[in-house]
Ligand binder design. Structure first.
Ligand code: OSB
Ligand code: MG
Length: 377
């Protein structure tokens, strides 16, 4: 474990609006993504630059944030607070932004870029500042809804053959039991799970009960994106463990969901929960209750993937996450070299200072369509 040192006086915060085409469309119960659009946030001071990427989409389909709300929050509301006074510990970022309700994806990008800065300041990889230890991270892959079970099976077989340790398959009503059963039949021993992104209601318990026949590791966020009460009812009705994603935004959400019996697993996403400080707190609450966690993803470029990997070094990240290799989504990453899957289905946590990776300058000029700079007033 390394210690946080130094004080950050921010000279400027940069925002680049980045568009990266996906190799193939990614379909979930809430829509189809053809490209990733995000802000790359840079925090510059004392001769160092920390980076993070935002994970909101163009439309509020996964949660209520969008690229435009994130931009507004960072530019008009949050950056001025961070530029106004020096920061002596990255935990201060979420404290200083706490008066502002919600908008966790906007908060997360600023907070994560500042953690990267402090890692660089300490000349230590971020995981050592966070108290993590594991550096060879077993990973899974998230597979979008496919037009036919045959196509789904072909894709699942391919990822399984590459060495991914767990396959997550997106479902929605009408595209659930049949495609999942086809994958289960094709890959009888593979750890398989389903993610519904809130597409079901309690009336559909009979369908969700059928999932129990497929020997799934878990079913992720079957019910409403803001619910923990109905999920507790569902968890009592099915054997398959319920994993919550959208519903868990804070350590208190995690505690309440666990106490209610709404989930047996939690997917932690840095963006959804507002950054490393809260993600670590959720990890700790789950660990105290004996609930396993894993690290989700939002189709991040290598910058966000690196942050996810550092988080996943914490001890209770015992299940493979969605932090697949760069080539899962992108022909070319923003970082060079990209993240590659090892021959044993893992990604290596970068050992350089901070998150250990930085955007490639030439690629940034190609993928960024707007650059802005925010300075102290
Ligand atoms: O629910 O986990 C989700 C992607 C976008 C929005 C929501 C989700 C996802 C994924 C993909 O499942 C995870 C990844 O590979 O980054
Ligand atoms: Mg999910």
């Amino acid at each position: 474990m390394s210690r946080v040192t130094g004080t950050l006086e921010i000279d400027r915060i940069t925002l680049d609006y980045v568009t990266m085409p996906l190799k193939t469309p990614f379909e979930t119960s809430f829509g189809v993504e053809l490209a990733r659009h995000f802000y790359l946030v840079g925090v510059h001071g004392g001769g160092l630059s920390g980076y993070a990427e935002t994970v909101a989409a163009e439309d509020p389909l996964y949660n209520e944030e969008t690229n435009q709300t994130v931009h507004h929050m960072i530019v008009d509301v949050m950056a001025p607070r961070l530029l106004a006074a020096p920061i002596s510990h990255p935990d201060e970022v979420s404290q200083r932004l706490r008066p502002f309700r919600g908008n966790r994806m906007a908060k997360a990008a600023l907070e994560m870029a500042i953690w990267d800065w402090f890692g660089q300041r300490a000349a230590a990889p971020l995981y050592k500042l966070l108290g993590g230890a594991r550096t060879d991270i077993p990973v899974g892959v998230s597979i979008g809804i496919q037009p036919t079970p045959m196509e789904l099976v072909a894709i699942a077989r391919d990822f399984w053959a590459r060495g991914y340790r767990r396959l997550k398959i997106k479902i929605r009503p009408g595209m659930d039991i049949v495609p999942l059963a086809a994958v289960r039949e094709a890959l009888p021993d593979a750890p398989i799970m389903a993610d519904a992104n809130s597409a079901y209601t309690l009336d559909q318990i009979p369908v969700l009960k059928e999932l129990d026949q497929l020997n799934l590791m878990m079913v992720e966020q079957p019910l409403a994106e803001d619910d923990i009460i109905d999920h507790a009812v569902l968890q009592r009705a099915i054997q398959t463990p319920v994993c919550l994603d959208e519903s868990i935004r804070t350590r208190d959400d995690a505690r309440k969901a666990i106490e209610l019996g709404a989930c047996r697993v939690i997917n932690i996403k840095l963006g959804r929960v507002g950054g490393f400080s809260e993600a670590r707190a959720i990890h700790d609450v789950a660990a105290q209750h004996g609930v396993a966690v894993w690290c989700g993803g939002m189709l991040e470029s290598g910058i966000g993937r690196a942050a996810n990997l550092h988080l996943t070094t914490l001890a209770n990240f015992v299940l493979p996450g969605d932090t697949s290799a760069s080539d899962r989504y992108f022909a070319e990453d923003l970082i060079d070299p990209p993240f590659r899957l090892t021959d044993h289905g893992t990604l290596a946590v970068p050992e350089g200072p901070g998150i250990g990776v930085a955007p490639d300058p030439e690629r940034m000029t190609r993928y960024s369509s707007r650059h802005e700079e925010l300075r102290p007033s």
